[in-house]
Design a protein around this ligand. Structure first.
Ligand SMILES: NC(=O)c1ccc[n+]([C@@H]2O[C@H](COP(=O)([O-])OP(=O)(O)OC[C@H]3O[C@@H](n4cnc5c(N)ncnc54)[C@H](OP(=O)(O)O)[C@@H]3O)[C@@H](O)[C@H]2O)c1
Length: 339
């Protein structure tokens, strides 16, 4: 008999990690086009803590309207337990992974911090067999972000962060700088850029040097004892996975005709300088995409792309994982394990 109640991490108001409560809630009901997944692991991403605290860094008119009780989370790996009648290609017992309803679910519609989640079938892919649920759940948002910035946007929806579409550039033989290289998005950017034939210079704090070299970075600059924007010149592309207002300091490092991709583009203030230097500045917002996760599953399966996990906690301890996130300097990903 199908279960009717499940454990989930629920919040009844915005705030710090202490608003996250482990509680009993109804199992979500399947709608047409969806699959019900028994979640085995949940990957944590910055939008989780942005939403937890009410997107307070966004201007009020941009804040998604969330309603309580709220369940955070987008990235899951688990096992299919029910399939809507109109869904083809997935069966009970399939091991799957997904980034659920992003960006549509930004106000709480994704609901991944739970034992069960419904997932639109078009956002789902079979989990890479050679990778466990924790590593599979850690990948979707960060890896799709790296892929959609560097290789293939994967859709023709309007761009929420700039007037025109984001266009990846050819990376073969190019020198690519990745700032914030050790984090969730950054450690995938390094690997994807290498895979596509670039020479990669990674920027991170010193404790990540060994990990980044192991992932293929040709050079690692420790920003705690160097000023990368003063040392680098004539690079083809900077991908700034830290982003924000400070991204423009990299413009002077890029050769004419090159590009800056700020992964967090809000607050970017260098448009005039970029134009004067003959540079493209382009960004996008990551979007759920099962077909891309299918393609990426084979790269994860073969080890061509590896997932680094900084730490994992039981679902009931989501608040502790968020406390870890607040300390910053994450190496790879944070994950919740669902027994
Ligand atoms: N456009 C999109 O759709 C999209 C999608 C996903 C994420 N994002 C945004 O991208 C950003 C990164 O996300 P994430 O998941 O990778 O975050 P994360 O896992 O927290 O990683 C951030 C990394 O930046 C490093 N860092 C911090 N300050 C730095 C500095 N001054 N110079 C160089 N590195 C620095 C940190 O480690 P160290 O300081 O120890 O090196 C950490 O490894 C967030 O702002 C997120 O909102 C955007």
């Amino acid at each position: 008999m199908p279960v009717s109640m499940m454990k989930a991490v629920v919040q009844h108001g915005f705030g710090g990690p202490d608003v996250l409560c482990y509680d009993d809630v109804p199992v979500p009901r399947l709608s047409p086009g969806e699959v019900l997944v028994r979640v085995r692991a949940v990957g944590i991403n910055p939008p989780d803590w942005y939403l937890r605290e009410g997107y307070k860094t966004l201007p009020p008119e941009w804040r998604p309207a969330a309603t309580f009780p709220l369940i955070l989370g987008t990235d899951i790996s688990g096992v299919v337990t029910a399939v809507a009648d109109d869904v083809e290609g997935f069966a009970l017992g399939d091991e799957v992974y997904a980034m659920v309803r992003f960006p549509e679910g930004m106000a709480g519609g994704s609901r991944a911090y739970a034992e069960y989640v419904t997932v639109p079938a078009r956002e789902l892919a079979l989990k890479p067999a050679g990778v466990d649920h924790a590593h599979a759940a850690a990948a979707p948002m960060s890896l799709l972000t790296a892929w959609q910035f560097l290789v293939d946007l994967g859709h023709d929806e309007p761009n929420a962060v700039q007037p025109g579409p984001h266009r990846p550039v050819d990376l073969k033989g190019k020198t690519v700088v990745i700032n914030g290289a050790a984090g969730g998005v950054g450690h995938f950017l390094v690997q994807v850029a290498k895979l596509k034939g670039a020479r990669v210079i990674a920027i991170a704090s010193g404790r990540h040097v060994t990990m980044l070299k192991d992932l293929g970075a040709d050079e690692v600059l420790d920003y705690t004892n160097a000023t990368p924007e003063d040392e680098l010149r004539d690079v083809d592309l900077v991908v700034d996975a830290v982003g924000g207002p400070t991204s423009s300091r990299f413009l002077k490092t890029i050769k004419r005709g090159g590009a800056l991709f700020p992964v967090f583009p809000l607050g970017f203030a260098g448009a005039a300088e970029a134009e004067q230097r003959g540079l493209t500045v382009s960004a996008t917002q990551v979007r759920s995409n099962g077909a891309q996760l299918r393609e990426l599953a084979s790269l994860l399966d073969s080890g061509a792309i590896r997932v680094v996990i900084d730490g994992s906690w039981p679902l009931a301890d989501a608040a502790k994982a968020h406390e870890r996130a607040a300390q910053g300097h994450i190496q790879g990903k944070l994950v919740l394990i669902v027994e």
